[in-house]
Design a protein around this ligand. Structure first.
Ligand code: GLA
Length: 330
């Protein structure tokens, strides 16, 4: 029987490059995501935009491109004891890839849910997130944190997810109703494996003072952002976002001139605050605006720069859609 699984991408409101050192993050799952419509099969056979991936149900063997993520998730689940049942079907995304919006995390999560469901194998959501994080690391060989996978699984409509990456304890922080979240994609694609991500992590772990200062100050900014959101103090968010972006640019050195310019354009267009979101080295910025000004801010940015942009809606975490045999007949 065919079933459909959806997993959201994410923006990170604040708490950047803090997850892999056990810090605080505050992502929001967004309405853009990945849908996987599949039926149980002997092997794993998936098609996305005319590009197909085929591999054994336990994920063994060499893969390239997005097939690496598929193989890595299947292998991680195999090592947790998932029976080797395959799936065949289609993958459809309205989430851009390589834009810093958690597209690989969303793919991993949708796939993990599909594979577990096909095999009647149950895992706690946190174990799914951890398996997908390990799969990401296995697929790209970069020591990424759990931000993207946790956001995709634990998203909640109308909320940000405050996650303590040292304990994996989390709680949801309600977003003020008049706060709009704008995302602008710089159009500069980046793959984590080709970026300085791994190098930054090594420098941090080696005790580089500037890298450490970013993490310490960023963790404090997550706390201050939560407090501002809880008292609906939108004006307080601007300086926090500005300090976060400056710290990522100067202390952590993961920004680019294009991202810096987008941030500046957002502020000029009337955003309350703006900063790069995700791993950096390209990708997207996130900007905040009062809801009634959001369209104008987005337009104001895109008039000058940026490849595409959205006023994103917060979304719930990954889920199985109602079953329909008509779905996914591509
Ligand atoms: C990427 C990684 C995350 C996180 C962010 C930076 O999105 O996948 O684990 O480290 O970069 O905050």
């Amino acid at each position: 029987m065919r079933a459909s699984f959806w997993a959201p991408g994410r923006i990170n409101l604040i708490g950047e490059h803090t997850d892999y050192s056990g810090g605080l993050v505050l992502p929001v799952a967004i309405h853009l995501g990945i849908t996987m419509t599949v039926a149980p099969a002997k092997r794993i056979a998936l098609v996305s935009d005319g590009d197909s991936v085929e591999l054994p149900a336990d994920g063994c063997g060499e893969q390239r491109g997005w097939g690496r993520f598929v193989a890595a998730v299947a292998q991680e689940l195999d090592s947790l004891g998932r029976p080797a049942v395959g799936i065949e079907g289609v993958v459809v995304a309205d989430l851009p890839q390589g834009a810093g919006l958690g597209s690989s995390g969303a793919l991993e999560v949708a796939l993990a849910l599909a594979l577990c469901s096909a095999a009647g194998f149950e895992l706690e959501p946190l174990d799914v997130a951890l398996a997908c994080q390990r799969a990401e690391q296995r697929a790209v060989g970069v020591p990424t944190g759990i931000l993207d996978q946790a956001a995709s699984l634990f998203g909640c409509k109308g909320c940000g997810l405050l996650l303590d990456c040292s304990t994996l304890e989390h709680r949801w922080i309600e977003l003020p109703p008049n706060l709009a979240i704008i995302v602008v994609d710089s159009g500069k694609r980046r793959a984590l494996e080709d970026s300085g991500y791994g190098e930054r992590r090594r420098e941090l772990e080696a005790g580089d003072p500037r890298r450490m200062r970013h993490v310490t100050t960023e963790n404090a900014r997550v706390g201050a952002t939560v407090a501002a959101l809880e008292r609906h103090d939108l004006q307080a968010l601007g300086p926090l976002f500005a300090a976060s972006h400056a710290s990522l640019r100067d202390d952590y050195e993961v920004s680019t001139p294009t991202l810096d310019r987008l941030v500046e354009l957002a502020l000029n267009a009337g955003a309350l605050g703006a900063r790069l979101t995700g791993g950096g080295f390209g990708g997207s910025i996130v900007a905040l605006a009062e809801r009634n000004r959001a369209e104008a801010v987005l337009k104001g940015i895109l008039e000058h720069a940026g490849a595409q942009g959205w006023i994103v809606r917060s979304a719930g975490g990954a889920f199985r859609r109602r079953t329909s045999s008509a779905l996914g007949r591509a």
